[in-house]
Ligand binder design. Structure first.
Ligand code: A3P
Length: 349
């Protein structure tokens, strides 16, 4: 057992539990750890970065986009970056894929999978890294160092919950927390886990729903992740938002973000950003410069039949995908864990 700076213990998964994960998720090739309190589940490599992540120094001008996987992170990354760096849609840097402008703070722990090229064998990633750190050590975390080197104002992506990051995060930087109803999250995470080699999910939807309600997916448990954010919702540096609201009342939410981020954009600029960050426009733009493809992270065979990273971008697709049994399981999970949230998940419509 390992003691982490965050106050958590990390224990390696063993025996049947590890065998099951490694069988169903063929991308998890280097062991896994469970953190307590919280039962957070990560690839074992997390422990190499945990203390650095916890001690990561945020800056006053940072905006952190915090989400559980598949809650619309990329969408929010693009919205925040655009509002801060490209309000007139004329910044040439916007041609770089979103994920190379807004780095993923905790990504390094996911890169030890033997099913994706190592950093050394990933020319695009190495070029970005060597440009800023000609002699940098990859083992210190490529993404961590790229976040460090990003010029201010930085927009930073994380899937970590508040409890695994610096306790003074909110007193230093702004955080936009995006949540999504768990049924659409499950559908989207299943697709993602199948098409991304670093997860390499080979199991069924039944099993995946079971993993979700048992809080046994990487980055789980979702309910606790959201709960930690909801508890801090009144902090002036936290902006809590639902994917569903962003989708249905896009301009209303962009106006709120404009205020939160102090971006002072005009109504006309916001309208243009709304269109520019819409699902259809982002899909065309990002697929034309597909960095996941370039990094060889995608299973092309599945994408042709199942769709790519930009799958549907809708609210309520779960109604087409989840059986009544799956829905009942997630309802029970919600009854158990999220009934007392004072902001219920917008699931019903
Ligand atoms: P679906 O799988 O339901 O389509 P993340 O970025 O956190 O991984 O989330 C990905 C989800 O957000 C996917 O959901 C993706 O299609 C959706 N998404 C990405 N860009 C979007 C946009 N501009 N508008 C709406 N949804 C978007």
């Amino acid at each position: 057992m390992m003691h982490l700076a965050s106050g958590h213990t990390a224990e390696a998964l063993q025996g049947e539990e590890l065998e099951r994960q490694e069988r169903d998720f063929q991308g998890y090739t280097n062991g896994m750890v469970r953190l307590n309190p919280g039962r957070w589940l990560f690839p074992a490599d997390y422990t190499s970065f945990a203390d650095k992540l916890y001690r990561f120094k945020f800056r006053k001008s940072d905006v952190v986009v915090m989400t559980w996987p598949k809650c619309g992170t990329t969408w929010m990354q693009e919205i925040v970056w655009t509002m801060k760096n490209n309000p007139d849609l004329n910044n040439p840097e916007a041609k770089i894929p979103t994920r190379r402008r807004v780095h993923f703070l905790d990504f390094d722990m996911l890169t030890s999978s033997k099913n994706i090229p190592s950093y050394e064998n990933n020319p695009a990633c190495m070029a970005a890294f060597r440009k800023v750190y000609p002699n940098g050590n990859i083992k210190d975390g490529v993404m961590l160092q790229l976040v460090e080197a990003t010029p201010d104002p930085r927009t930073i992506k994380t899937h970590l919950p508040f409890s695994l990051l610096s306790p003074d995060l909110l007193d230093t930087a702004k955080v936009v927390y995006l949540a999504r109803n768990p049924k659409d999250v499950v559908v989207s995470y299943l697709h993602h886990s199948r098409i991304l080699r670093l997860h390499g999910y080979t199991g069924s939807m039944d099993q995946f729903v079971q993993y979700f309600v048992d809080d046994d997916l990487v980055y789980g448990p979702y309910w606790l992740h959201v709960k930690e954010a909801l508890e801090k919702r009144d902090h002036p540096n936290l902006h809590f938002i639902f994917f569903e609201d962003l989708k249905r009342n896009n301009m209303v939410e962009l106006r709120k973000l404009n205020k939160f981020l102090d971006t002072n954009m005009t109504e006309e600029q916001l309208e243009k950003v709304a269109k520019y960050t819409s699902f259809s426009e982002m899909k065309i733009r990002e697929e034309a410069i597909d960095s996941l493809k370039e990094d060889q992270h995608l299973r092309e065979d599945m994408i042709s039949t199942e769709g790519g990273f930009f799958r549907k971008g809708e609210v309520g697709d779960w109604k087409q995908k989840l059986s009544p049994q799956h829905q009942a399981k997630i309802d029970q999970w919600m009854d158990r864990y999220t009934k007392d949230f004072d902001l219920p998940f917008p699931c019903s419509s």
